[in-house]
Design a protein around this ligand. Structure first.
Ligand SMILES: Cc1ncc(C[n+]2csc(CCOP(=O)(O)OP(=O)(O)O)c2C)c(N)n1
Ligand SMILES: [Mg+2]
Length: 331
């Protein structure tokens, strides 16, 4: 049997910092999904509840100067990168103060000051763009990484294979992060990929380093990302990280599937994944290791909840784009 890579000890301080980021992503996402039900946000929104540990674990392994790209389910990656809750909420409300000045909506986020360059709704598109960023870094001799987050259905797009092939030939510093949540809209893996498909095996056949982790285990995602990022910084060529996870809500919108009467997956299946909540798991681990106690984590969570509440209130009250200017910056 192949030996497991040694688990480096994550310092308590870093665990707590990651947990705080995880809470921020969870609390903001949950609040936005709640508010979305009021139907004042007029943008299709793909919520990432349940998948937050992937974004936080990967981004924690990055350094200033690295860049992040995302896809249609972008909130977690934007927030984990340090994107502002206020600007995200304002974007969803279509306000001028939104991160894309209210013109982009949920799938078109940006926070360039913190390295989150862009997300787009066309599956696979940002895989190629991240590869292009990595090419630029490599040509300029800069020691920066590009990260592309996408769902497992993007691995059914030709652009994925063209990109990883090119990145391998040029040994580009790009980390491809696949969030495998088992579904593409309402289609399970079984109707989309031949039985026994291993995405890591596909990536390795293109000579990428590839690892698969439990995407609901924050520490595991961070450790794998840190390992792969080290290799990338040493110039070892592109890497692929497959994170197994699950989305709690419907594909697009704020409801649970059962509320909308959908049957493509069972309520039991959803609930069994909700038992594996990344936030609860991270909290339990922190308490078990004696890094912080329950009261300290509750205080942390309450503080973040207050900040989020303040941000969403201000976003809702913010101004819409000025009349006559609606088509500025729209392509
Ligand atoms: C090129 C392209 N084809 C189809 C779509 C429609 N579409 C939007 S999201 C989605 C499902 C994507 O599934 P996955 O990549 O696994 O991400 P998830 O939604 O599960 O996070 C599809 C098919 C699209 N946006 N772009
Ligand atoms: Mg998916």
């Amino acid at each position: 049997m192949k030996a497991e890579p040694a688990r480096t000890e994550i310092p308590g301080e870093l665990r707590l910092e990651m947990h705080a980021r995880l809470l921020r992503v969870r609390i903001a996402s949950r609040r936005l999904a709640e508010l979305y039900r009021e139907q004042e946000m007029r943008t299709p929104a793909h919520f990432g509840l349940g998948q937050e540990a992937v974004a936080v674990g990967v981004v924690t392994a990055l350094r200033p100067g690295d860049v992040v790209y995302s896809h249609h389910r972008a909130h977690n990656h934007y927030l984990a990168s340090g994107g502002s809750v206020y600007e995200l909420a304002a974007e969803l409300y279509g306000r001028e103060a939104g991160c894309s000045r209210g013109r982009g909506g949920s799938a078109h986020l940006t926070a360039q000051a913190v390295g989150f360059i862009a997300s787009t709704a066309i599956l696979g598109e940002t895989i190629a763009i991240a590869t292009g960023s990595a090419l630029a870094f490599s040509m300029r001799g800069e020691r920066r990484l590009a990260v592309s987050f996408f769902g497992e259905a993007a691995c059914e797009e030709g652009i994925f294979y063209e990109s990883i092939n090119y990145a391998a030939i040029r040994r580009l510093p790009v980390l491809y992060v696949c969030e495998n949540n088992l579904y593409s809209t309402e289609s399970p893996l079984s109707v989309r990929q031949p039985a026994g498909t291993e995405l890591c095996e596909r990536a390795r056949s293109f000579k990428l380093k590839a690892e698969r982790v439990d995407g609901n285990d924050l520490a595991a995602v961070y450790e794998a990302s840190a390992r792969l990022a080290d290799g990338l910084r040493r110039g070892e060529g592109p890497a692929f990280l497959e994170c197994m996870t699950y989305r709690w809500l419907e594909h697009v919108g704020p409801h649970f599937d059962h509320e909308a009467g959908r049957t493509y997956r069972s309520r039991e299946e959803v609930e069994s994944w909700m038992q594996r909540c990344p936030v609860k798991r991270s909290a339990a681990e922190i308490i078990r290791l004696g890094v912080a106690d329950e009261a300290a984590l509750a205080a942390l969570s309450n503080g973040i909840t207050r900040d989020v509440e303040d941000a969403v209130k201000r976003a809702r009250a913010a101004d819409p784009p000025p009349q006559g200017d609606l088509y500025a910056d729209v392509w």
